[in-house]
Design a protein around this ligand. Structure first.
Ligand code: ADE
Length: 226
């Protein structure tokens, strides 16, 4: 069973995503377990402060070192983590291959930043991997952590019913997925390609391969470079 510990200043943000969809299935099937840690529990003083103004001035608040160190050091004393991942727009871009890699891990600690960022000393000392989910700026790392968890747990053995379905996804073989159809075979004059109704599995596989290649050329030619 994979264990995911999430450190966040907005623990309630995770309620619905963890109780629905693929993450719920992964938890029910005991493939993954997720624990949320409220950074405010480690905050400083009477008001449980977790952030402060940046040295040197400027807009936005910075997550402070003490609460983050207190929380993460406590967790690290309890078990070994494969990685302490920090989500930020200047991290390494999340890809299918990174998701594949993490689907085989045991214990992951996910740190969600907020406000303007976090004190750099946290990144230097505690964080072992930095991941971005794309070239745009979110207001915090919570959504990025959820995107990461979704992409990872659906690859774990026994989480998806059809054990093949994740392997046939877009990106798994370096190109996009083919088009899909279901009933009815004709709708308002729009027909499903005949070959898909033919029952000829070899021909169907060939059509899908060709369709996937055409779509990739058209939509994401960058995937075919090299
Ligand atoms: N936090 C803010 N923006 C982010 C991004 N693009 N990816 C991951 N974490 C983030």
């Amino acid at each position: 069973m994979m264990r995911l510990d999430i450190v966040s200043v907005m623990p309630r943000y995770f309620t619905s995503p963890l109780e629905n969809g693929i993450i719920r299935i992964a938890r029910e099937k005991q493939a993954a377990d997720v624990f949320i840690h409220n950074l405010h529990d480690y905050g400083l003083g009477k008001y449980k402060q977790v952030d402060d103004n940046p040295f040197g001035g400027g807009a936005g608040m910075i997550l402070m070192v003490e609460p983050v160190f207190a929380c993460i050091e406590k967790l690290k004393a309890e078990r070994d983590y494969d990685d302490v991942i920090y989500f930020a727009p200047d991290g390494e871009r999340l890809t299918q291959s990174i998701a594949n890699e993490y689907s085989l891990k045991k214990n992951l600690l996910l740190l969600c930043g907020h406000y303007k960022g976090i004190d750099e000393r946290i990144r230097e000392r505690l964080v072992t991997r930095e991941i971005s989910i794309g070239d745009y700026v979110l207001s915090g790392g919570e959504l990025a952590a959820l995107v990461f968890i979704d992409a990872v747990v659906r690859l774990m053995p026994n989480v998806l019913g059809d054990s093949e379905s994740a392997l046939l996804d877009s990106f798994q073989d370096g190109k996009l997925d083919s088009a899909h159809y279901t009933r009815p075979a004709e709708f308002r004059g729009m027909k499903v390609p005949d070959v898909l109704l033919s029952g000829n599995h070899k021909k169907i596989a060939e059509w899908r391969e060709q369709n996937a290649m055409e779509r990739t050329k058209q939509r994401r030619p960058d995937l075919l470079d090299g």
